[in-house]
Write a protein that binds this ligand. Structure first.
Ligand SMILES: [Zn+2]
Length: 448
């Protein structure tokens, strides 16, 4: 896809991509170029770094390049995705019937996760999953594995380097075959953090299934080894009632009033902790999250109504998060989310919010929250998540929507792209090529 070219005036070697480009610059600004030119560094440590990007004729003029020598690609290039909350071990239960969160977990998800105690099973699944996630254009993110260290090891074997992963810690209120003793959970989080360092995510599943000791051990291990932490918070009303009932009986937590307060008491709040969902939070909980710098991964396609293949949990109030200054990004929550593709997540975010009149939920915003803001949640946004000079070329090549006017704005281009998919399933096979740091790592033409 790239043409190599040596600057006549210097010895440094660069690569070029010419063709239609869509990029995200902020929540309110996405740009479409009918004919763009991207110049990246070809060699060395900074290979793939963008050194110039913009209207092809303009960039060529500035760099004194002969544009006619550069072939124009027909596909549309746009930023690749970061998915900040998903469970790779739930890939096979994404499409199972969902009536409610707890029932779906107990009937399908927990039995599925139990299978990952088997090394061979985990190995086969990991090899398949991490190939598939690249094929939908997701190049990094924060991921939950099952409790088993063996499955975690297999996941790390195949996951590209910008995926951070953690085995869930579960010590109570769950089936025996996916339950650890508190001692085992505490030892596991510490050992794994030591072994995988910053790529490990300390992952107490959520307060109902993880005892305070294990959550405390998670917070300690994360601080000691500079890891992220992740867990679930305020996804459904039943879950909140359940967690408060459980903790009312646990010594030292009797007076606890809110779900977030439980996490606060075990010292899990902080800028390196990503809370999934956060749909039902009291004012005091928003304040705890804001004051501690905690971050949120919102999963609209998972939270969507049951007739939209979600769990029917409700809709995250992103405007509230923004007014409180709590950083947030979009995520798929595979397998609560029915599809792997972040295109499906974007679509679900926009449609659900539009339905209740939250019109600031544009496709432009959705793209920013699945790319740059995802990278930012993972502390990667200094040079990742945006097609801009000084950032690495992390991109996907997708079919060009026919009939798009040359002067279309980014929002129009995005809507046209989403409309191009005949159904939701097809979002998972929409991407033609995935590029990480300028290097192709999935190419549909090569696979077929
Ligand atoms: Zn989840």
């Amino acid at each position: 896809m790239f043409s190599a070219y040596n600057y006549p005036s210097s010895s440094s070697s660069v690569e070029f991509y010419r063709g239609p480009v869509l990029r995200s610059l902020s929540d309110n600004l996405s740009e479409y170029f009918e004919d763009a030119l991207i110049v990246t560094q070809k060699n060395g440590e900074k290979a793939g770094l963008i050194v110039a990007i913009g209207e092809a004729a303009k960039v060529a003029k500035e760099l004194k390049l002969d544009l006619s020598a550069l072939k124009k690609n027909m596909d549309l290039l746009m930023p690749a995705f970061f998915d900040t909350h998903f469970h790779w071990v739930q890939d096979d239960v994404r499409q199972m019937p969902k009536v409610s969160l707890i029932e779906w977990l107990e009937r399908y998800t927990f039995p599925e996760e139990a299978k990952y105690s088997d090394h061979k099973f985990s190995s086969v699944k990991a090899k398949r999953f991490w190939k598939r996630i690249l094929s939908v254009g997701t190049i990094g993110g924060l991921c939950y594995s099952s409790i088993h260290e063996v499955a975690l090891k297999e996941a790390f074997k195949y996951a590209p380097e910008d995926f951070n992963i953690g085995n869930v810690l579960m010590t109570m209120n769950c089936p025996e075959d996916i339950r650890q003793s508190p001692q085992r959970a505490c030892a596991s989080v510490d050992n794994c953090a030591k072994r995988y360092k910053s790529r490990y995510v300390c992952s107490p599943r959520f307060a109902p299934t993880t005892c305070p000791e294990a959550m405390q051990a998670s917070a300690l291990a994360a601080a000691r080894h500079d890891c992220f932490q992740q867990t679930h918070l305020g996804e459904t009303k039943n879950e909140i009632q359940w967690v408060l009932e459980i903790y009312a009986k646990i010594k030292g937590f009797e007076g606890v009033k809110t779900y977030t307060e439980i996490y606060e008491r075990v010292k899990m709040l902080g800028p390196k902790t990503i809370f999934g969902h956060c749909i039902y939070l009291a004012e005091s909980e928003w304040k705890l999250l804001a004051d501690s710098g905690s971050r949120i991964a919102s999963c609209p396609s998972s939270n969507a109504p049951v007739d939209q293949l979600g769990i029917g949990s409700g809709l995250f109030d992103f405007e509230k998060a923004e007014s409180m200054g709590v950083p947030w990004a979009l995520a798929s929550d595979i397998g609560g989310g029915p599809f792997l593709s972040m295109f499906d997540v974007m679509r679900s975010f926009v449609l659900q919010n539009r339905e209740i009149g939250r019109h600031s939920a544009t496709f432009t915003k959705a793209l920013h929250r699945t790319t740059f803001k995802g990278a930012e949640l993972m502390d990667l946004s200094a040079d990742r998540g945006m097609l801009e000079v000084g950032y690495y070329l992390d991109a996907i090549r997708v079919p060009m929507p026919p009939g798009l006017p040359a002067r279309a704005n980014g929002e129009m281009a995005l809507e046209a792209l989403i409309r191009l998919m005949p159904n939701r399933e097809s979002s998972d096979t929409f991407v033609n090529e995935t590029i990480i740091r300028g290097k192709s790592c999935f190419n549909k033409e090569a696979v077929v």
